[in-house]
Design a binder for this molecule. Structure first.
Ligand code: XLS
Ligand code: NI
Ligand code: NI
Length: 436
């Protein structure tokens, strides 16, 4: 029995359509620069919010109506839920999904039981992948909800908690591999600290690195060749997380010899929690060769926590798609909607409205960014701004043929630098608006 018998695959009806259950901009087959929107955007539906989000907040219980879910922690309920997840994802025309081990299957009383529960649900996930052609963008393990992880997982002061986390990730890697997953994410839910007085920071970071090395080694052992990702987030639930932002993560990966194996999974709301824009995080990561995948959501400027809202701001999606196109695309990463409907949007149909809006916003961002790049006006302005570096002097400095003494000799002779030119910020912002 389908959960949404009244809903068909969401059609593309174009911008003039008033049908809320139609795409206005996302036409999966439309070519942009010779590549279909589907292949550019690589949308993914997340299991944890879409299937497990209840709308609970620190002030009250869940509000979400999910008639297909009996609310139990039984394996059978988990299997039914998995079928509904694929129905939703297929009707949304999203080619990918992503999950944590504990979203899809209940944790058992022992590790043996937990592994068996996961296997029973993975069987259904596999059948549904084969039936629909939907693929797994990435898998991950939930190493933060169970009380044993109160002090962290790989950074726990309790060595057996580290060992439990390792066992959980071993299994999560196996099922990700079995399902043909294209990646595996580490988000350090509690890999940080609440209080520095009781924390051996150096030791915890060494342990986290050891843990990720074990994952890389085990992937090799079983033949999993998917991309590993590290997901930055500065705080929440801990006061400080070691994977604070792109810069901190890249430093960590380079310090611990993990840079060849792990890229970043950047999330918009985490960027803003860290005091950055998403464009900054993406540009920084991409310029350093670490742009991996995107958790597409947005925060609320007036709220200081991870609200994980669906992104609908065209300016934001334009900035994101601009960086993605500039650096040659996102594959094997994707645009993964790590986003949840509001507590007040409690009806099942709201899940469709939310994703349709996010997908349309990215389709527009893609077309606008492609137009900015094709037009070339912005690039001309940037090229002109750095034109002096095209001189002999610039080329020599960039080639390492100068030092302080030779530059001083040059400037002693010249007396002063050539005059500056305007940065033209306002003119450029006006130009960008002409493409929107
Ligand atoms: C939480 C994170 C989480 C990761 C996956 O804030 O965004 O959802 O993406 O563990
Ligand atoms: Ni995320
Ligand atoms: Ni988040």
């Amino acid at each position: 029995m389908p959960a949404f018998p009244e809903i068909d695959k969401i059609p593309f009806e174009g911008p003039s359509s008033k049908n809320p259950l139609a795409f206005k901009y996302y036409d999966e087959n439309e070519l942009v620069d010779g590549i279909s929107m589907k292949d550019h955007l690589r949308f993914s539906v997340v299991y944890w919010h879409t299937m497990r989000g209840s709308g609970a907040d620190p002030f009250g219980p869940g509000t979400a109506l999910r008639p297909w879910d009996d609310g139990s922690e039984s394996v059978e309920n988990a299997q039914n839920r998995a079928r509904v997840a694929f129905e939703i994802t297929e009707k949304l025309r999203a080619p990918y999904y992503a999950f944590h081990d504990r979203d899809v299957a209940p944790e058992g009383a022992t590790l043996v039981e937990s592994h068996a529960n996961l296997d029973a649900v993975v069987k259904v996930l596999k059948e549904e992948q084969q039936r629909t052609g939907i693929k797994l963008l990435w898998g991950t393990a939930n190493l933060f909800s169970h009380p044993r992880y109160m002090h962290g997982a790989a950074t726990s002061p309790n060595v057996e908690v580290f060992a439990m986390a390792a066992s959980q990730v071993k299994k999560a890697l196996e099922v990700t591999f079995e399902l043909g997953g294209e990646g595996y994410v580490f988000w350090g839910g509690r890999e940080g600290y609440q209080c520095l007085w009781n924390t051996d920071m150096k030791r915890e970071q060494d342990h986290l690195a050891r843990f990720i090395h074990m994952a890389v080694d085990y992937a090799k052992e079983i033949g999993f060749t998917g991309q590993f990702y590290f997901e930055p987030k500065p705080k929440e639930p801990t006061k400080h997380q070691y994977d604070f932002d792109a810069a901190a993560c890249i430093n960590f990966l380079r310090t611990y010899d993990l840079a060849d194996h792990v890229k970043l999974n950047l999330e918009t709301n985490h960027a803003t929690l860290a005091g950055h824009t998403m464009q900054h995080e993406m540009e920084f990561a991409a310029s350093q060769g670490f742009l991996g995948s995107i958790d597409a959501n947005t925060g609320d400027l007036l709220l200081g926590w991870d609200t994980d809202q669906f992104p609908t701001d065209i300016y934001l999606t334009t900035q994101m798609m601009y960086v993605i196109l500039k650096y040659g695309g996102l594959a094997p990463g994707g645009l993964n909607f790590d986003a949840k409907v509001r507590r007040e949007s409690f009806e099942p149909i709201d899940l469709f409205h939310a994703h349709i809006g996010g997908m349309d916003a990215f389709a527009r961002g893609l077309k606008i960014a492609a137009a900015i790049l094709a037009d070339g006006e912005l690039q001309k302005i940037i090229d002109a701004r750095y034109a002096s570096w095209g001189s002999d002097l610039g080329a020599q400095i960039e080639a390492g043929e100068h030092g302080f003494a030779s530059l001083e000799a040059l400037m002693l002779e010249k007396g002063d630098a050539a005059p500056n030119q305007s940065g033209r910020q306002e003119m450029i912002e006006n130009l960008i608006n002409t493409y929107l």
